[in-house]
Ligand binder design. Sequence first.
Ligand code: ADP
Ligand code: MG
Ligand code: MG
Length: 211
Amino acid sequence: AEVLTPAFFGAWIEEAARSVRAERDELTRLDAAIGDADHGTNLDRGFTEAVRALGERCPATPGAVLVLVGSTLIRKVGGASGPLYGTAFREAGKALGDAPAVSAADLAAALTAGVAGVRRLGSAAEGDKTMVDALAPAAGALAEAVREGRGLDDALGAASAAAAAGAAATIPMPARKGRASYLGPRSVGHQDPGATSAALILRALHTVAAR
Ligand code: ADP
Ligand code: MG
Ligand code: MG
């Protein structure tokens, strides 16, 4: 069923912005350990702007919502994560095309396209201690749940759980991409900030679907 409207995607971004704001200091603390202590403030600035842009432009399709969010994140977040998250949302939005509403299967395909965009741009594989470690399992879990015919709430619960587990699994990894890779083995023992924020964004998607 074509159930997911532009309003649903807008509510997701609002919830993600709330969650990033609430966890801003924790994200920055994680980035202080293995990076440059700006991930929380970078993302808070970007998602706040994304909510503002959606309020001003009110895109008419789910695809246009996600493309606008991606473009805003690219302009406002900066650093490594801005272009990466921006590409994820833009690619996901492009995958949704110009349909006025989309299905859970469309959303799963869009998330997969978003992750592919991140991989292409950042050339990180799973296990490199990046946001890919949360995003890739989430996309896989969502696709599998949709194939099994599970409901949206349930399917996004599985995706959110997979993202959280993927973020936690970065703790023992040495970083092989991004700023944290400069630390080599000294990055072991810290959870990756980008994987942590990716899990927050996926959790926000589940929260909105469960309403
Ligand atoms: P910066 O490192 O430029 O300060 P942020 O602190 O906002 O940018 O984001 C850091 C996060 O970006 C990392 O925790 C990691 O998850 C992600 N990241 C960095 N480089 C890559 C990459 N090549 N591929 C995927 N994710 C990456
Ligand atoms: Mg940083
Ligand atoms: Mg930085």
